[in-house]
Write a protein that binds this ligand. Structure first.
Ligand code: GLN
Length: 375
């Protein structure tokens, strides 16, 4: 008996383990390998001796809630009510899980756009909901006619992810307009807007549900300090939602974790005012450009990458293996670990594409590209 009969070990654990076992350069699981900002590590050292080691209030420490609401206001001019609209979570993953548990009832349909981040569907299933997996088009953009055709009175939620993992694509104004039209036609429908890469876009500013009048009152927005501050291991994030939804989300949160890591909250509360998230896009754009330029003479064909720290590569000129097999070959034989894209789709559609993470120091990117160019 299994509540998740089709779930195995996540591809991130599988590929990182293989990378360690084989000594391959790990461009699979998305995490930075460069040092954390010393401003942050200095705060940790100083805070360690302070009285910050006991439970915080359930929804988060007052200081962190204030700091996050300031970040949201600076970024999107939205004034969030820190008492009723904000929740500090153990990473975006817990925010997503808790939100789905709180808002999805047995038989509710939830639209998931494939390729999709792997924590969405299991949460929907555990909540008793029905995941409706709809493929993005071949450019990894939403096909709004197709989405509308799968929407009905049972559709309780659509999960969106912009900037998009694994593709690195970014939504345009017309995508938001199409989403708003869809919501207008379906009164019962909510948006779970996964914006963990909100500060990592390259040529255009991120469009957030936080700044859209037609979405704000119908959206639950998740973000991750892991991505924004290069601290994925901290597992810290937050959820923004209107009060009538947040009340339900908090009911679940209090029994799911009650409150999250107090030391991390204290450090982040101070760090937010001492860092500038608006530099993140340029920082990662340089890495994207370097990685793309290093691979320009390889046999890999690179897709457009507008945000996140992931680059999709077509390997059809190199191998006819299935992407899962090719990723293993690439790790074991050529010493570079990546992620197969097919695992993020319900139909396992194999378009001979793999995902590289370029959130790495330049030497790592140079060494990886050197190996990839020899294939
Ligand atoms: N979000 C990261 C990625 O896409 C992985 C996080 C995890 O390992 N669960 O690579």
């Amino acid at each position: 008996m299994s509540k998740l009969p089709n779930a195995g070990t996540t591809i991130f654990s599988v590929m990182s383990k293989l990378a360690i076992e084989t000594g391959a350069i790990n461009l699979s699981q998305g995490f930075p390998n460069f040092p954390v900002d010393t401003v942050l590590t200095d705060i940790i050292k100083r805070k360690a001796d302070q009285n910050i080691h006991q439970y915080t209030p359930m929804q988060g420490s007052g200081e962190l809630l204030t700091a996050v609401s300031g970040l949201i206001e600076n970024s999107y001019t939205r004034k969030v009510n820190t008492d009723s609209e904000l929740l500090v979570t153990a990473g975006a993953t817990q925010g997503i899980f808790t939100t789905i548990m709180a808002l999805i009832e047995t038989g509710d349909e939830v639209i998931v756009l494939d390729p999709s981040y792997d924590c969405y569907e299991p949460a929907v299933i555990l909540a008793g909901g029905i995941p409706i997996r709809i493929p993005l088009d071949l450019n990894f953009m939403p096909d709004w006619d197709l989405i509308e055709s799968k929407t009905n009175s049972k559709t309780k939620m659509i999960i969106t992810n912009n900037p998009h993992n694994p593709s690195g694509r970014v939504w345009s104004e017309s995508d938001f307009e199409a989403l708003e039209t869809l919501l207008f036609k379906n009164d019962q429908m909510l948006v779970l807007s996964d914006e963990v890469y909100e500060f990592i876009t390259f040529d255009q500013k991120h469009l957030s549900a936080n700044e859209r009048e037609k979405l704000k009152n119908r959206s639950i927005i998740t973000s991750s300090f892991g991505k924004s501050f290069h601290i994925t291991g901290w597992k810290m994030g937050y959820v923004v939602a209107p009060e009538y939804l947040m009340t339900e989300i908090k009911k679940v949160h209090q029994f799911n974790v009650f409150s999250v890591n107090s030391v991390a909250q204290a450090c982040l509360a101070e760090y937010i005012s001492k860092t500038d998230v608006s530099t993140l896009g340029t920082f990662y754009k340089e890495k994207r450009n370097l990685f793309q330029q290093l691979l320009s003479n390889s046999k890999f064909k690179l897709d457009p990458c507008e945000g996140t720290y992931f680059q999709i590569a077509d390997y059809s000129a190199v191998s006819s293996e299935l992407d899962i097999d090719f990723c293993k070959t690439l790790t074991i034989k050529y010493g570079v670990a990546s992620i197969p894209v097919s695992v993020f789709s319900a139909n396992s559609q194999d378009n001979k594409k793999i995902r590289f993470c370029f959130a790495k120091d330049n030497d790592t990117l140079i060494n990886a590209a050197d190996k990839l160019c020899k294939i």
